[in-house]
Write a protein that binds this ligand. Structure first.
Ligand code: GDP
Ligand code: MG
Length: 798
């Protein structure tokens, strides 16, 4: 009987909750678990929701929800105890109430030990053989498809449980194209098996797992029977079953249903899943369909979720995916919803968007994404005995080269080198133009405005500050252009795959790698890019170590100092600095891994087929990231540079620029922090440079320019005619600071406080100020220690 059928005042004991994962989870959390008593407070025939009392609480459930909760009512108990089995139990009680309760509880427990299992799988994967092996039946087994036309039911008992086994027709997918597919789907949704056994032909995994991905979308309780395991064994191929199971979130039991091998273990696992397994054994995963499709899925899902009742029957993510696949059956479901028009309109928009970006319709794109997922999962777990398979597709052929044992890393490093080279050489031209334009614009504003603090604020604060950010936009755009190109063509997925093993050693994941590469451009969008990392632990650690990736904003400082102090080995010094950042990032990752709670669930790295990216998609993705840079940076930097400018401008005096800087608020702060930085060999002018770098690292060089202006003028004079500002500043620096101090300064700039925009980005992405503060504190400590070591070491060496 179902809970919805009880009348007001009636009492019952719960047997089980039927339905898909998130529905059951919700009801179980409300206390609807086996053996609990529930009383109907109010159930009028037309009333919805119905009110119940459970565990002393009143809860109201929709009729639909209550219809999925199986119970034993008093009536059932009364008629049951008259039967033979329960008579002894019933006689033990004097009181009628107590007797009924005892019988109800007993019946609920027994009924709960009935597990309905559905066998689902491709045609010819051995479902009927498994059915026969398990139930002792003798259904016809045939080596051709379409033998099973409708569901056969068989019963068996095992370890105190009664199993009702249903052998469903074979299907390759759960789309609504063939009658078999629709039949299987209806059965999974309406007949609600307690556990689905996905029978998979181990000798043909790629095709068989496609159905699995669709079952995963439905969020059901699944066990995989990896059938024909004998064939896999004799082929010499190997499969890491544990890892595959871990990646899919489904327990995988190898079986040979022709001989019955592994069938007991399969049923043991079914019992475990039925009784509620640990996340180690089974967890619901979301198959990642790629950023663009996921956006569409989320949008449709949210719209569907505006109809709460639908969530009882279906996983809304499943509905959204199927709806985007133009599934006729799901369209009929959506047509019953109040906001069907909004949903249809959203789909039309998403279809157009996906089509223009991916150059393919959503239906195909979803199929591709599922195969990309399967490819990724198999690449990690499946090894062919001998690669005799001819390389057929273009993707196979490209992969044969770029993921080749020997070639993978060299190709990868070469591509990275090209990207960085292009970023910094090509980027220099527009950089100079923008620099020039900003200078001209500042000059123009300067001549137009009257002298006074307002003009200084505009020219030196606002225009110079924002200009310093704008200057890096071309670099950022070029870098992101290449990154989008690698992402959209499918190469980035391989890159992540190649480095995955290495990244695992430091507690990270292959997908952490892409944000880290982006970090060399700007930490802010890199931190945002960590959203693709599913595991919370990997994501937090990646965010925390990203500031050590030396961003483009730090580069001018290194160029300036390395050029001045290592005139003959500047590139080597630069390389050393970048490497130091990377090494410290790795060490930090290892350290953080000890502190972040381990939820490190694995996820599949999708291997999508290679495709020529559309210009539109590249344009949009590049701009999307560039826009994030502009937005986040421009606002914080604008505010930051105005604040820094004010601190340097006030209190006013007319004793010259440097005197002003020294005695301004920022100069006072610089002098206040000077003792802390003294052991690193910095003078107060350098300290002020570092302070301005808190806003944006780009500002450090311009501040040094101002601070060393008098020395610069001197050296420029003595070196007669050398008018270049930068080289003059370099000469001045060589005069004023020691080599150890310069090295320590570079190290400090590399490591200390990530700029304010990064700080804000960390807070936004982790959702916690505490994380942002912790990261900053950590970087400061590390910076101090390593700058100190660098100072001492260099002093010792020279
Ligand atoms: P169904 O279409 O999924 O119901 O598959 P059947 O149970 O009809 O089996 C298809 C064919 O595969 C039959 O010839 C079976 O004998 C064979 N078969 C089933 N299970 C196994 C197995 O574990 N190993 C091997 N080698 N053959 C199997
Ligand atoms: Mg069959």
């Amino acid at each position: 009987m179902f809970l919805s059928e009880l009348k007001t005042g009636e009492k019952a004991v719960i047997v089980r909750v039927n339905g898909h994962g998130s529905f059951r989870k919700r009801l179980i959390e409300m206390g609807f678990i086996q053996g609990k008593k529930v009383t109907v407070v109010l159930n009028a025939p037309l009333k919805d929701p119905i009110e119940y009392e459970i565990l002393g609480y009143k809860v109201s459930l929709r009729r639909e929800e209550a219809g999925r909760i199986e119970v034993i009512s008093r009536e059932e108990a009364r008629s049951a105890w008259e039967g033979e089995d329960l008579a002894p139990l019933a006689e033990g009680f004097e009181d009628e109430e107590e007797r009924l309760d005892a019988v109800m509880e007993r019946l609920a427990r027994e009924r709960n030990h009935v597990i309905r299992v559905a066998l689902v799988g491709n045609p010819n994967c051995g479902k009927t053989s498994l059915f026969n092996a398990a139930s002792g039946a003798h259904e016809h087994v045939g080596n051709y498809s379409g033998v099973t036309v409708d569901a056969k039911e068989g019963k068996l008992e095992y370890k105190g449980y009664k199993f009702i086994l249903v052998d469903l027709p074979g299907t390759y997918s759960l789309s609504a194209y063939s009658p078999e597919e629709l039949y299987v789907r209806k059965n999974l949704i309406d007949a609600l098996p307690d556990v689905v056994v996905n029978v998979v032909d181990a000798s043909n995994l790629e095709r068989n797992l496609y159905l699995t991905t669709q079952i995963i979308d439905m969020n059901l309780r699944v066990v995989m029977a990896l059938n024909m395991f004998d064939e896999l064994r004799s082929s010499g191929d190997t499969l890491d079953i544990k890892q595959l199971s871990w990646l899919l979130g489904i327990p995988v039991c190898p079986t040979v249903s022709r001989t019955g091998e592994g069938v007991d273990e399969l049923f043991d696992t079914i019992i475990k899943i039925y009784e509620g397994a640990s996340p180690r054994l089974a967890r619901h995963i979301h198959i990642n369909h790629g950023a663009e499709l996921e956006k569409s899925i989320d949008r449709i899902k949210l719209l569907i979720q505006e109809n709460p009742a639908i969530r009882n029957r279906y996983s809304t993510r499943y509905l959204a995916i199927k709806y985007l696949e133009n599934d006729k059956d799901v369209e009929r479901v959506v047509d019953t919803l109040a906001n069907r028009e909004a949903i249809a309109a959203a789909r039309a928009e998403e279809e157009a968007r996906v089509e223009s970006l991916l150059g393919d319709n959503t239906e195909n794109a979803i199929v591709d994404a599922k195969y990309a997922f399967i490819q990724g999962a198999l690449a990690e777990t499946y090894r062919r005995h001998q690669d005799i398979r001819p390389r057929r597709t273009v993707t196979d052929r490209i992969d044969a080269v770029v993921t080749n044992k020997w070639l993978a890393f060299p190709i990868f490093l070469l591509l990275l080198y090209i990207v960085f080279y292009a970023t910094f050489t090509l980027g220099n031209y527009p950089m100079d133009w923008i620099d020039w334009l900003v200078g001209k614009f500042g000059g123009a504003v300067g001549t137009l405005m009257n002298d006074g603090w307002l003009k200084d604020l505009m020219v030196d604060g606002v225009i110079a500050g924002v200009g310093s950010v704008l200057v890096f936009l071309p670099n950022i755009l070029i870098l992101y252009f290449f990154i989008s190109l690698m992402e959209d063509s499918g190469y980035m997925a391989r890159a992540a795959f190649i480095v995955d093993k290495l990244m695992h050693r430091i507690g990270l994941h292959g997908k952490s790698f892409i944000p880290m590469v982006m970090g060399f451009g700007c930490n802010v969008p890199a931190i945002m890019a960590t959203r693709t990392i599913e595991s919370r632990k990997s994501r937090l650690i990646t965010i925390a170590i990203l500031p050590f990736m030396s961003c483009a904003g730090r580069l001018p400082i290194f160029v300036l100092l390395a050029g001045a102090f290592f005139p003959h080995h500047a590139p080597l010094a630069l390389l050393g600095i970048y490497l130091l950042g990377i090494v410290l990032a790795i060490i930090s990752a290892l350290v953080f891994a000890k502190f972040v709670k381990d939820d490190d669930l694995p996820f599949v790295m999708e291997l999508p087929p290679y495709r020529v990216p559309t210009g539109k998609a590249i344009g949009r993705h590049t701009w999307e990231k560039g826009r994030q840079y502009l937005q986040k940076m421009a606002t914080t930097i604008l505010i930051g540079s105005v604040i820094i400018w004010c601190l340097g401008y006030f209190p006013r005096s007319d004793k010259g620029v440097v005197w002003q800087q020294e005695h301004s608020y920022i100069g006072q702060v610089g002098k206040a922090v000077a003792p802390a930085l003294d052991p690193l060999g910095f003078d107060w002018k350098m300290d002020i440079g570092l302070l301005t770098g808190v806003v944006a690292k780009e500002l450090v060089v311009s501040t040094l320019g101002v601070m060393y202006a008098p020395e610069t003028a001197e050296t420029a004079e003595s070196s007669a005619g050398n008018g270049d500002n930068d080289t003059a500043l370099q000469a001045a620096l060589v005069e004023s600071i020691t080599l150890p101090a310069a090295v320590a300064f570079m190290v400090f700039v590399l490591l200390y406080f990530p700029c304010i925009a990064t700080f804000v980005a960390i807070k936004n992405e982790t959702g916690k100020w505490s994380w942002a503060i912790a990261v900053c504190a950590y970087t400061m400590v590390v910076a101090w220690i390593f700058a100190f070591l660098a100072f001492r070491l260099t002093a010792f060496l020279i």
